[in-house]
Design a protein around this ligand. Structure first.
Ligand code: ADP
Length: 153
């Protein structure tokens, strides 16, 4: 099964949205394989957002992502990366479709409440960046037959 990284950003933590977001993740059927709170710093953000380090707005990303602790989650499922990316919606919350997390809960292109890995390769890399191996739990719900058909997993 695929792993993907979710970060509930300071804009979710400060606005008391983490319960709502976790609830949607669980109701969808994505399995929480790891979850913890941490305070990010510029070093890890330079790695995580390496594709944006040279942009003029990068200092502003660092400021917004370090404004409070975040909740990092490792989500597991069949096609978990694509599924959670689609649940998240496009980058700017003002353009994100209703029904997506960003579309329902934010108005910003920066304070956009959630990070979602964008490929299976990045999912694995990002989970390894934010979690130690022993913080990822290799478990499945006891009633997994009600999450997937037998030939899907
Ligand atoms: P996504 O998070 O949708 O994968 P990107 O990887 O392009 O999008 O950007 C990472 C994060 O950087 C965004 O979620 C957003 O918080 C921030 N960001 C992106 N573009 C801008 C911008 N033009 N100005 C300010 N912040 C931005």
């Amino acid at each position: 099964m695929e792993l993907t990284l979710a970060i509930l950003k300071p804009s979710a933590v400060e606005r008391c949205l983490i319960g709502e977001i976790i609830s949607r993740i669980q109701k969808k059927g994505l399995i929480i394989a790891g979850m913890k709170m941490m305070h990010l710093n510029e070093k890890i953000l330079r790695e995580h957002y390496a594709h944006l380090v040279d942009k003029p707005f990068f200092p502003s990303i660092v400021k917004s992502m370090t404004a409070s602790p975040v909740v990092v989650m490792c989500l597991k499922g069949v096609e978990a990366v694509r599924v959670f990316r689609e649940m998240t919606g496009v980058t700017n919350g003002r353009n994100a479709a209703p029904g997506t997390l960003r579309g329902d809960f934010c108005m910003s292109g920066q304070a956009n409440i959630v990070h979602a890995s964008d490929s299976a390769e990045n999912g694995a890399t990002e989970v390894a960046r934010f979690f130690k191996p022993e913080e990822i739990f290799d478990w499945m719900p006891a009633d997994k037959d009600f999450y997937y058909g037998a030939d899907e997993i």
